[in-house]
Ligand binder design. Structure first.
Ligand SMILES: N[C@@H](CCC(=O)N[C@@H](CS)C(=O)NCC(=O)O)C(=O)O
Length: 208
């Protein structure tokens, strides 16, 4: 049994979606990151940088933090969504999500969604970068069914919940034909719907 320490954020949703996709039994422990629960000593033993998501795999007696590392771990354990002969491609798109797509869209959320009017520079900078990310993903998906190739992988699972915040981005997902095609196809997966609503039963990926 896997214990998932999480909150209802894109990084959190990556792991609930993956756990649903591989059909693992899991229990969710909510970490209230708005009230400092991530800094508690017990949680820091699992996640030393005080961030969600983190997991304990009770069967293997392992604790894992960092969503990319968790996705790789679960993919290796289950033998799903991380084909050996596609790993070079998958790793590149997963690392791009971890180091670029997530952090930049996350900054866009901070300036554009949570704190509009506080910094014109911040708003403009991250709006521009986020738009560039939409352009780049759309271009990639004009040539490839999924991010790393023909198969749905942990690179898509890592990226999807970030694009699912498209209403906050105000970039107009529906104008990006290939990204929309990819987004809608993933939104329709049963496991994605279930993993997406892991903290709020009524939550569904918003339509473009
Ligand atoms: N690179 C990390 C980022 C995780 C992350 O930024 N988590 C946020 C919520 S989405 C968090 O726990 N923030 C609380 C804090 O930093 O104090 C990952 O992908 O796991």
């Amino acid at each position: 049994m896997i214990e998932l320490f999480s909150a209802n954020t894109p990084n959190g949703k990556k792991i609930s979606i993956m756990l649903e996709e591989i059909d693992y039994n899991f229990k969710v422990t909510k970490i209230d990151i708005n009230n400092g629960e991530q800094f508690k000593e017990d949680f820091k033993k699992i996640s030393p940088l005080s961030k969600i998501p983190a997991i304990i795999d009770h069967k293997n007696n392992k604790t894992i933090f960092e969503s990319g590392a968790i996705l790789i771990y679960l993919a290796e354990q289950s033998g799903r969504f991380y084909n050996k002969d596609e790993r070079l491609e998958i790793n590149q798109w997963l690392m791009a999500q971890m180091s670029y797509v997530g952090p930049m869209l996350g900054q866009h959320h901070q300036f554009h969604h949570y704190n509009p009017g506080k910094s014109q520079f911040g708003e403009e900078r991250y709006f521009k970068i986020s738009k560039r990310i939409y352009d780049e993903l759309d271009e990639r998906l004009s040539k490839s069914k999924f991010l790393s190739g023909n198969n749905y992988t942990i690179a898509d699972i890592g990226t999807f919940p970030w694009i699912a915040r498209h209403e906050w981005h105000d970039i107009g997902l529906k104008n990006y034909k290939n990204l929309t095609r990819w987004y809608l196809e993933i939104s329709e997966r049963k496991a994605v719907k279930k993993g997406f609503s892991f903290m709020d039963k009524n939550e569904i990926p918003p339509k473009p």
